[in-house]
Write a protein of this length. Structure first.
Length: 366
């Protein structure tokens, strides 16, 4: 397991910054560093935190509800329970560990919690240091083991789509299809959807993040499905747009244009190229065809333990891609009085190009 090596990397960062310890509250960071799998229901309800001292063994702090699971899943670190709340435990624990400078994940800490932490810190004479992205920076580059898990997630996602596609028929609603996709994910071994499934028919496909409704699928009109699942902790994310029935010339024009933009971006991706350059390679094709105003979102985003993470393939991101990053490639055109087309694959950035993880191109080239 790589968790001990990841912890050592965090500890080295802390020592360089002269920080005594880091409190890890972000769930994906917690899993990345420890293998502890419970999810938080929301930012205000935690299943545990990691306390990583710069020079001592890390600890997992949780409560009775998660004791058995924590002791089974977490290796090479002590599990400590708090019965009176996390801050009550920290109040005694931090002085015992000689921690005087404690960093916390400011991007995943409620303001109200931070206020209480400041009061606690003042009482015991320690300094609180907000940090942002210390662990996320490590998660940017995936190991080959992580890439293999992401590949399996993508292929299972495709299998789910292929099965459900065979059952789509007139009279079904967007909700029917979304439920079918999500139940099939579970039956085939996924932990859960990696995000709320998007199913949008007809003019509603012009809504990039449409919520499935009791809307009957329209024949001979665009149908957009954006779906993903969680497998062994890693996410997939895929969009397919097609026409149940017969595609007209307008649909074929838009679909082929979006596919051309996706292919251009795929050919551009490699280590050393800026994220903005990749975005531009796709966006310029759509803009040159007169649809620039109808492609209003970024080209893609990173995927890993979270379905949306760095890097962003955006015109505003001048950072260069690095080998081992995972990105989505998802150009789209959205016409309010007609509908929309988005096509999305996932790819690994490699030194000389990229490796597309999706294998089924049936729904892309028409």
């Amino acid at each position: 397991m790589p968790h001990s090596r990841r912890i050592e990397t965090v500890q080295a960062k802390l020592r360089r910054k002269k920080i005594d310890a880091l409190l890890v509250t972000q769930p994906h960071n917690r899993r990345y560093l420890s293998g502890y799998t419970p999810a938080d229901h929301d930012i205000g309800e935690s299943s545990g935190v990691l306390l990583i001292p710069a020079r001592k063994a890390p600890l997992l702090l949780t409560d009775f509800r998660f004791q058995i699971q924590a002791e089974r899943e977490v290796k090479d670190m002590e599990v400590m329970l708090y019965s009176k709340g996390l801050l009550a435990l920290l109040k005694g624990l931090l002085p015992d560990l000689a921690i005087s400078r404690l960093a916390f994940e400011s991007h995943y800490t409620l303001h109200s919690v931070a206020d209480k932490m400041l009061v606690m810190a003042d009482k015991i004479g320690i300094s609180l240091l907000p940090v942002n992205g210390m662990v996320e920076e490590m998660r940017l580059i995936k190991s080959e083991d992580e890439i293999d898990k992401l590949r399996r997630s993508v292929l299972l996602n495709e299998q789910v789509f292929q099965q459900v596609y065979q059952t789509i028929a007139p009279g079904q609603t967007e909700i029917d299809i979304a439920l079918s996709l999500e139940s099939t994910m579970r039956r085939l071994g996924a932990e859960s959807p990696s995000f709320e499934t998007i199913v949008a028919t007809g003019k509603r496909s012009a809504l990039p993040h449409a919520v499935p409704g009791p809307v009957t699928i329209e024949e001979n009109q665009p149908l957009m499905i954006d779906m993903g699942l969680l497998l062994d902790g890693y996410c997939s994310d895929m969009t397919r747009t097609f026409v149940p029935g017969k595609s007209d010339s307008k649909y074929l024009e838009i679909h082929r244009l979006v596919r051309k933009a996706q292919q251009a971006a795929t050919k551009t991706i490699r280590a050393g190229v800026s994220a903005a350059a990749v975005d531009k390679s796709a966006r310029s094709i759509i803009s040159d065809a007169g649809y620039g105003d109808n492609f209003g979102h970024a080209l893609g985003h990173g995927v890993g333990l979270a379905v949306h993470e760095e890097p962003r393939l955006s015109s505003r991101n001048r950072k260069h891609l690095r080998a081992g990053m995972i990105v989505t490639i998802e150009p789209g055109i959205y016409l309010p009085d007609w509908g929309g087309v988005r096509l999305e694959n996932m790819a690994v950035v490699r030194e000389e190009g990229c490796e597309v993880l999706n294998q089924d191109t049936t729904w892309l080239d028409i």
